[in-house]
Design a protein around this ligand. Structure first.
Ligand code: GRF
Length: 199
């Protein structure tokens, strides 16, 4: 299965996916990395692995629809079959999602449905939560919603800072995303009443 990975920044989840794809037994390959920001570090990282890396800058388009059409065109040009949002900081529209039915995944740094949106780690600390984690889910038009494929949990330790917690969770993100992609690429995921069943 060919992956198209959408990023906006440092691209560490993208790199984790690319590395997983390099394993012979992994059922997917990284076909293209697309960033909406020309200065995204992830573009360099992708190129260092020999993966085509292109920028589709949202600022070059007059509307979100035109921007998304350009992204869609790139993905299809590379025969992408699964789209992975990996730190892609634009909300994708319902019409974009419709073009990829149950083929767009996202990773989010919280145990959804807790803490949709930004500042997840700060919010977990502010609420004195004892644990947090990450979630890989199918993308639906409502942000950070959609059937959950898998979650990984980490403890929140006394005196944790946002950075310490973020780092602990990121380590798990790098395991969770390839695991979820493997399941989807192996056709092991079924969505029943908006819940994921793993076979
Ligand atoms: C990750 O924490 C991911 O969960 C969130 O954005 C961050 C992206 O980091 N959606 P990176 O670009 O993958 O390093």
């Amino acid at each position: 299965m060919k992956l198209g990975i959408l990023i906006s920044g440092r691209g560490s989840n993208m790199e984790a996916l690319v590395k997983a794809c390099e394993e012979v037994s992994f059922p997917a390959e990284a076909a293209v990395v697309i960033s909406n920001r020309p200065d995204a570090l992830g573009l360099e990282i992708a190129r260092s692995y020999g993966i085509p890396a292109v920028c589709v800058d949202h600022k070059d388009f007059e509307s979100k629809a035109e921007f998304e059409t350009a992204i869609d065109k790139e993905l299809r040009a590379y025969n992408v079959e699964i789209v992975c949002l990996a730190g892609f900081m634009r909300i994708v529209s319902a019409s974009f999602i419709e073009g990829w039915p149950d083929k767009i995944l996202n990773i989010h740094p919280s145990l959804l449905p807790k803490y949709k949106g930004l500042d997840t780690h700060q919010r977990a600390l502010d609420n004195n939560d004892v644990e947090s984690g990450c979630t890989v889910h199918f993308v639906r038009p409502e942000m950070d919603s959609g059937p959950i494929i898998l979650q990984k949990t980490v403890p929140i330790l006394p005196d944790d800072t946002v950075n310490m917690l973020a780092e602990r969770i990121l380590e798990q993100e790098h395991k969770a995303y390839p695991e979820a992609v493997r399941l989807l690429a192996q056709d092991a995921l079924k969505i029943v009443n908006e819940k994921v069943e793993i076979s």
